[in-house]
Ligand binder design. Structure first.
Ligand SMILES: Cc1ncc(COP(=O)(O)O)c(C=O)c1O
Length: 420
């Protein structure tokens, strides 16, 4: 057997350090097929579209009626630029009333946007919990670290203090937000944040970017997301991703025609990568037809039912549990408000349950047939350890009650241990 290389030795030492910190990651696969006894409360398939029989039929029929169904054969700028891609893009552009540019993933879209669009001299202001892909994009940009500034999560007062401290002259100021944050399951108070931004930055110097990864498909009419439902059009660029509530993969950036053209010319993940496969384009045609139909409304309503049912079962359990053992995250300083057709604070399909021992709770729940994953630092700040429950349309009220029953059983055991 070949001896271990120098590189392997160094990497192994780094992995051991990570293990010692309790931060080691490894891949785990679970059987979540219909034959399995496990119920998946960790999936981002919020509308359960990946298992919808009607959608499966619609996709398969599109595949069987298409001449080409496999790869795209090249980058969009070369042989991969097919009529199917252009037609999906114009359909999405119409649906969202914007220019649209497809990407292979939300990651690629954020990296492309934040590494290329902010220019030297510009400032990027971002929520401290913004997604890793925005950080990677900013790092590769020509904006120096001193001009990339964070404010406290969802806190308009912190944004105001930050903007006040900046010496804003004629440059463009980017504001990077998510509509729904995936760790606490809390919505950005968009109208309040945008009012603060307006008070400090003239409109023609603003570039507001909202990442709707966790709200695409699941909120707004036809699944158009949160920003679409705001009472005023103040967001410059939106990212809609297809890997979560849309049940497929890929993403679309909704932006001006100029930004679109700029990305086509300068964004390396767009220029130097094979275009989305035709199979994915066909899947997205099927899904967006569904999302815009009454079937989409039914799924969104069903998801709201599942969310309400979890909270109804959870509330009495949390009321009798020590918050040191299990609690919901602190609420956002200013609640979400100001969207047309949405509740003042729409219910979120992500529920974080903070606990100092998330691995133990997750393992206990798995034994009882529930996949609920632990989330630990560095994904969340130290002290923010939790299990994260992701809800989906189609999950029965009985199954939700059983999940909360199992969490209650675990809590009881911890209380008993503490009494001994
Ligand atoms: C907020 C946010 N933005 C972007 C992404 C990346 O999207 P994708 O999974 O399509 O690469 C994710 C996915 O994890 C996300 O949660």
């Amino acid at each position: 057997m070949a001896s271990r290389s120098k590189l392997d030795e160094r990497l192994s030492a780094l992995l051991s350090t990570r293990k010692n910190k309790g931060r080691f990651r490894s891949l785990k696969e679970y059987d979540t097929s219909s034959a399995s006894h496990l119920t998946d409360f960790s999936s981002n398939d919020y509308l359960s579209l990946t298992t919808d029989p009607g959608l499966r039929e619609s996709y398969l029929s599109r595949l069987s009626n298409s001449e080409n169904v496999l790869g795209s054969t090249g980058s969009r700028l070369l042989s991969g630029g097919t009529c199917a891609h252009a037609s999906l893009e114009s359909r999405l552009g119409e649906h969202f009333s914007s220019s649209a540019l497809l990407f292979n993933s939300g990651w690629d879209a954020n990296v492309s946007l934040f590494s290329n669009v902010p220019q030297p001299g510009d400032i990027v202001v971002y929520d401290e919990l913004i997604h890793a892909s925005v950080h990677d994009g900013m790092r590769a940009s020509r904006v120096p670290p001193a001009s990339r500034r964070k404010f406290a999560h969802n806190d308009p007062a912190s944004l105001a203090a930050l903007l006040q401290s900046l010496n804003i002259k004629g440059e463009t100021v980017f504001l990077a937000l998510e509509s729904l944050y995936s760790m606490d399951g809390d919505f950005a108070p968009l109208p309040a944040l945008l009012d603060v931004f307006d008070a400090h930055v003239p409109r023609h110097q603003q570039c507001v970017v909202v990442d709707e990864a966790h709200t695409t498909g699941t909120y707004g009419p036809g699944g158009r997301g949160i920003v679409h439902s705001l009472s005023e059009d103040r967001v410059t660029i939106r990212l809609m991703t297809f890997g979560k509530g849309v049940g497929a993969s890929g993403a679309v950036l909704l932006c001006s025609e100029t930004v679109r053209s700029f990305l086509i010319n300068f964004a390396r993940p767009f220029i130097f990568s094979t275009a989305m496969p035709l199979s994915s384009v066909l899947a997205l045609e099927a899904v967006w037809s569904f999302l815009a139909s009454p079937g989409g409304d039914e799924k969104r309503a069903d998801l709201a039912r599942v969310i309400a049912s979890l909270h109804a079962h959870l509330a009495p359990l949390l009321a009798r549990t020590s918050p040191a053992l299990l609690r919901l995250p602190d609420p956002t300083p200013v609640p979400f408000s100001g969207a047309v057709g949405l509740e003042p604070s729409p219910p979120a399909p992500i529920v974080g349950l903070l606990t100092p021992t998330p691995h133990a709770l997750s393992a206990f729940l798995l034994e009882r047939g529930f996949i609920v994953r632990p989330v630990v630092p560095p994904t969340v700040p130290a002290g923010g350890e939790r299990v994260r429950i992701c809800l989906r349309a189609g999950v029965s009220e009985a199954r939700v009650a059983e999940l909360v029953g199992a969490i209650g059983e675990w809590v009881e055991r911890q209380h008993e241990k503490a009494r001994l």
